[in-house]
Design a protein around this ligand. Structure first.
Ligand SMILES: [Fe+2]
Ligand SMILES: [Fe+2]
Length: 190
């Protein structure tokens, strides 16, 4: 089982792979609308889950264990907020829309900046402040939390405990009902 930092870095790599996939698809004249939609839907899901487990578990724990990281965490939460807004717009936007590619490009820039700050500044401080055992336990908690995390962005929902610990799983449940309805699984009489 990876520790908390290894787990988050693996997530960052997954998202970076998706970003590269999107960038290879070419500009708005490339016509790869269907593939762009698929890649962006994967980005939305990965980033929504990743942001949720950081907000519910990683950020609150490190604020407690290393109070001098607090300012970094507050900046991180603001960056998550802007990212989630952008994700929520992309979720409902046609890949053929004039602004779609530009919005994804700005999203990618924001996330790369955020990941760079986490990996270069925040994570080394966390590793110094927290023991290996604690990081291991936190990693296990986050791995489990992934299963009950929202798969869609909820930028207006609370992003700090205790509010997000209650709202997160509830939003996740609502997301799966919506996804099932979309697939027609909940259509009456079928
Ligand atoms: Fe983050
Ligand atoms: Fe992260």
């Amino acid at each position: 089982m990876p520790d908390a930092i290894v787990l988050l870095k693996n997530d960052h790599k997954t998202v970076e792979r998706l970003f590269k996939q999107f960038e290879k698809l070419g500009g708005s004249s490339s016509g790869a609308h269907k593939t762009k939609r698929d890649v962006v839907d994967k980005i939305i899901q990965e980033l929504s889950i990743h942001a949720a487990i950081e907000e519910q578990h990683f950020y609150p724990t490190i604020r407690e264990q290393a109070p001098d990281i607090s300012d970094d965490v507050l900046e991180g939460l603001e960056e998550h907020h802007v990212v989630k807004w952008t994700l929520s717009e992309l979720k409902d936007m046609s890949p053929q829309a004039e602004r779609f590619d530009a919005k994804v490009t700005v999203l990618i820039e924001m996330v790369r900046h955020h990941v760079e700050e986490e990996e270069a500044d925040m994570f080394p401080k966390v590793r110094e402040a927290m023991g290996r055992k604690d990081l291991q336990v936190l990693g296990e908690t986050m791995e489990k939390a992934k299963a009950i995390s929202p798969k869609q962005p909820h930028p207006k929902a609370p992003d700090t405990p205790p509010g997000n610990l209650i709202a997160g799983p509830a939003a996740a449940a609502a997301d799966s009902v919506k996804a099932a309805a979309k697939k027609g699984l909940l259509r009456r009489g079928r």
